[in-house]
Ligand binder design. Structure first.
Ligand SMILES: [Zn+2]
Length: 195
């Protein structure tokens, strides 16, 4: 049961396991970076946990993993024997790495947020369109032939709408004969406000 609930939970809501996964990945990359030595550049691989955290968890956790990535890179290189000619060079390199990770995290989180927003707008638009079509089906006249609907059919559709019941299959604003003929169901464009 617990496993089923876990599987059905959206990925973004499983923050703890995802954060742990990013930290574990960071630890693995840190170890590889240490064992391969400071001469072999391993910087680009740290972007993976940063990107994963920013994409799945958002900007805050992305920045947190960016900070952890910088620290891991710094520790791995220092332990591997990397030495700088001055503290300024050490600070400069650390700042460049950290800035790069932060920019990655913020950019990826922003792209994900925009995609999520676009997806939500698309869903809202589809829902509004369905509502409009449902409401248009309650018009007294058929929009295709302009003939009044059968009172019984109109009453049935209105009652279903007011009771919150789903529309019958094929129900729209057209009358029976227009539906059978395949006449367009869309409403004519309004001329109000036109010159
Ligand atoms: Zn009609």
């Amino acid at each position: 049961m617990r496993a089923t609930v876990f599987a059905m939970t959206p990925f973004r809501q499983r923050k703890g396991p995802m954060l742990a996964c990013c930290l574990l990945l960071l630890l693995v990359f840190g170890c590889i970076d240490y064992f391969t030595g400071y001469e072999m550049g391993f910087f680009v691989f740290y972007a993976l946990p940063v990107g994963l955290a920013a994409w799945h968890l958002g900007r805050g956790p992305g920045i947190l993993i960016a900070l952890a990535s910088s620290l891991t890179w710094w520790c791995a290189d220092r332990l591997a024997g990397q030495r700088y000619s001055s503290n300024f060079m050490l600070g400069w390199n650390s700042a460049v790495h950290f800035s790069s990770f932060i920019i990655n995290a913020i950019t990826i989180a922003k792209i994900k947020a925009s995609l999520d927003q676009r997806h939500q707008l698309k869903k809202d638009l589809a829902q509004t369109q369905r509502e409009l079509e449902r409401t248009a089906a309650l018009l007294a006249l058929c929009p295709a032939c302009h003939k009044p609907h059968e009172p019984a059919a109109l009453q049935r559709k209105t009652a279903a709408y007011l009771n919150g019941q789903p529309a019958a299959p094929g129900d729209d604003a057209r009358c029976e004969s227009c539906r059978a003929n395949g006449s367009p169901a869309s409403l004519p464009a309004s001329s109000h406000g036109q010159p």
